[in-house]
Design a protein. Structure first.
Length: 471
């Protein structure tokens, strides 16, 4: 049974066996997981390239890393505000409605990315000092952030196109292109960092060029080659006619995108701010701690990337299930996806605990950084099962368009548990205390997300959303 045939079962309201549901979850998850893991592996190689330039270069990138994540998260929130609507329309077999949302998303997300890039330009000089960085790494950190800020439009358009393709059920193309992007990133970084001797600046330029090429190809496959969402070049499937094919934003589409995306954006702002605060807690601990913290986060991402791959599949399945009005099937997909995520990330946590020294050794030749990084990774390994629960549950809630309460829960957990404990424990235990606080908070967040999944009212949105699409 092909993946596309099983997805059609959702739209057609046909019954699916447990094995068919699990097969569909796995088929949608595997390409995304492979892309996420390959991206992390390539990022490890990328970080190792910079790491071999010395601890100052690593610390410079690590200092502004959380801020770049914050800006990327704001872009992703805008993307999801539109792509979740597309998943709902596709589930309802309303392909023209999905393309209507797509047209408006291109305009809105382009404008949003320009605003974010301008903001980055305005703050890049002072940012390293705001984060507690010392003068010896501030220049490199500022340059790195500035270049990636200018490349924000590439990240935005690539993310938007990939999100749209995934919500239509096409995981293969975005995953392949993201793997290609990672390979290009390593190639370009080698050229600019070593062959052209540009150091940290070269790392930023290499990443920006790789993302530019990926964005162009991602938009091509979405706008020209997609069976469901193409706007140019081929006959488009249509069930429900819409009078407008304009790119002009309309109140209904933008309003719904705002309701879905605004809580996510606020969450990214406050969560990103919390990450920045966490960086300021780590910064006084010294250059070794900053470098070990940054490289440890990079290594740990190898463990949680499979969770994000499964979460993307959950968002697609829940989104299309809602559009089709299949409440019981949608809940079944949600529960099975979360269970699979916990199982996979538990295994990854065991592997991270066992091979922590070897993984850190790949990232840096500095023995002290390797020792400190290995210790904190082994602390974090115990949090991976519940971290998986929070990641995949969040993917389920996004697919349902239920973003406000999960955002509040995440913020309360991050600010009320992690930062409070990190500030307190860092005084006595240094970086180990910061990562102990992180592990405790991730476990707490996973538990409260599971409670909402099983007992919350997120699933009450299912039938209401389906009814709205039919009106």
């Amino acid at each position: 049974m092909a993946k596309t045939d099983l997805l059609a079962y959702i739209r057609e309201g046909r019954t699916m066996t447990r094995s068919e549901k699990l097969r569909l979850i796995v088929q949608l998850s595997v390409p995304s997981i492979l892309a996420q893991i390959s991206a992390t592996v390539m990022f490890l190689i990328d970080a190792a390239m910079v790491g071999h330039l010395g601890e100052k270069a690593t610390a410079a990138i690590g200092l502004v890393e959380t801020t770049t994540w914050l800006i990327g998260g704001l872009g992703a929130a805008a993307n999801m505000g539109f792509s979740v609507q597309v998943a709902h329309y596709i589930g309802a077999n309303d392909f023209e409605g999905a393309r209507r949302v797509l047209r408006q998303s291109l305009v809105c997300c382009l404008g949003w990315s320009l605003m974010l890039s301008i903001t980055g330009l305005l703050i890049h000089v002072q940012l390293p000092y705001w984060l507690g960085g010392s003068a010896d790494i501030a220049s490199d950190a500022s340059t790195y952030f500035l270049i990636l800020g200018f490349a924000g439009i590439f990240f935005q358009m690539s993310g938007l196109a990939g999100s749209m393709l995934k919500c239509s059920g096409n995981m293969k193309i975005p995953s392949m292109l993201n793997i290609m992007m990672c390979c290009l990133d390593v190639l370009f970084n080698y050229v600019f960092i070593y062959m052209m001797d540009m150091g940290v600046k070269g790392a930023a330029i290499g990443t920006a060029l790789a993302e530019l090429i990926t964005a162009v190809l991602m938009l091509y496959f979405l706008l020209v080659r997609s069976d469901m969402l193409c706007l140019f070049g081929k006959k488009r499937p249509q069930r429900v006619a819409h009078s407008s094919s304009s790119f002009r934003p309309t109140a209904d589409v933008v309003g719904t995108a705002f309701k879905i995306g605004a809580p996510m954006a606020l969450q990214h702002v406050l969560m990103g701010s919390a990450q920045i605060v966490s960086t300021t807690i780590v910064a006084p601990l010294g250059t070794v701690a900053i470098a070990a913290n940054s490289l440890g986060i990079t290594v740990e991402s190898l463990c949680y990337m499979p969770g994000f791959g499964i979460a993307e599949a959950a968002t697609t399945l829940v989104g299309q299930g809602i559009g089709a009005g299949q409440r019981l099937l949608t809940r079944s997909f949600a529960y099975m996806s979360v269970g699979l995520g916990i199982a996979v990330m538990s295994l990854m946590g065991v592997l991270m605990f066992v091979f922590a020294p070897q993984l850190m050794g790949l990232m840096s030749p500095v023995e002290q950084i390797v020792d400190v990084g290995s210790a904190v990774l082994r602390i974090e390994a115990f949090a991976e099962p519940m971290f998986a629960a929070s990641i995949v549950c969040n993917g389920v809630f996004i697919g349902a368009g239920d973003t406000m309460k999960p955002a509040i829960m995440s913020l309360m957990s991050m600010w009320g548990v992690r930062l409070t404990l990190a500030w307190w424990l860092s005084k006595e235990y240094g970086l180990k205390g910061v990562w102990t606080a992180m592990a405790i908070e991730l476990t707490f967040r996973g538990l409260i997300f599971l409670a909402r999944l099983w007992k919350g009212n997120w699933n009450k949105k299912l039938m209401r959303t389906a009814d709205q699409l039919k009106q």
